[in-house]
Design a protein around this ligand. Sequence first.
Ligand code: RRO
Length: 302
Amino acid sequence: MRLATELAGLKLANPTMLASGILGYTGLSLKTVIEAGAGAVVTKSMGLEPRTGYPNPTVVQTDCGLLNAMGLPNPGISHFQEEMKQLKNTGVPIILSIYGYSSAEFVKVAETAGKMGADAVELNVSCPHIEKAGAEIGCDPALLTEIVKDVKKAVKVPVIVKLTPNVTSIAEIAKAAEKAGADAITAINTVKAMSIETETGRPLLANKFGGLSGPAIKPIAVRCVYDVYRSVDVPVIGCGGVSSWQDAIEFMLAGASAVQIGTAIAFKGPEVFSSVTKGIDAYLRRKGYKNVKELVGLAHKY
Ligand code: RRO
């Protein structure tokens, strides 16, 4: 019970979650992550219609992280209904990541997600390289407010908003999301970045720009969580470069109620969930904490 936590009305057996974007397309892959010990899972972002995504190369390995511009490939939200059948009675919250090009589209996708049994929706307003969706919304407090308000009116399940670090003040954007009714904030999506091949002079990603994830962005993500935690009252979910229990603890001390893990799965496999939770548990025991919630925001007393 030391690891059990809750956020936005969701009960998690431990504070680790699968981040959107990896192993999130099928019921079977999500089930693998649940069996590996994740406290909650988030699907790949899905929209109203199927989308092919960008041409290859869509992923590039850099010195300390992955650079991706997948281009939101997804089968469309209604196709996920079949996958949801595999995820009944797991006891682990299933969070559907959704995107849209307008408030009306977000509402339709969120309603469909609610009807198919999602325990929560995570609004992706932060993909760094999708025109007219993604970060263009997450950089515009007025548009973000409209979307969050409309989705809140349309669904009963908790609404989580995933923010981009590519803004002047993530705290101001988080405040706008909270005021519009967000039940929790996920910080952060990937950091806009690029890589160029020296011999040819060519950008490595077909899309030229992409989003950087992994260890390189952890200090940026920790700072964002710290900033968001002190500007809103709703729970914050940390995301960006978590690959060890120490990383998870660092995010919680900054103010995260839970942490999402993505890129580390590519390097360490789904076993990363049990190694992180075991490490957190040992830390709590060694330090004399009764529950992981006691850690949240402790760094703010300094
Ligand atoms: O699919 C992507 O290219 C993608 C998305 Br939707 C996102 O939110 N973040 C990211 O780094 N890539």
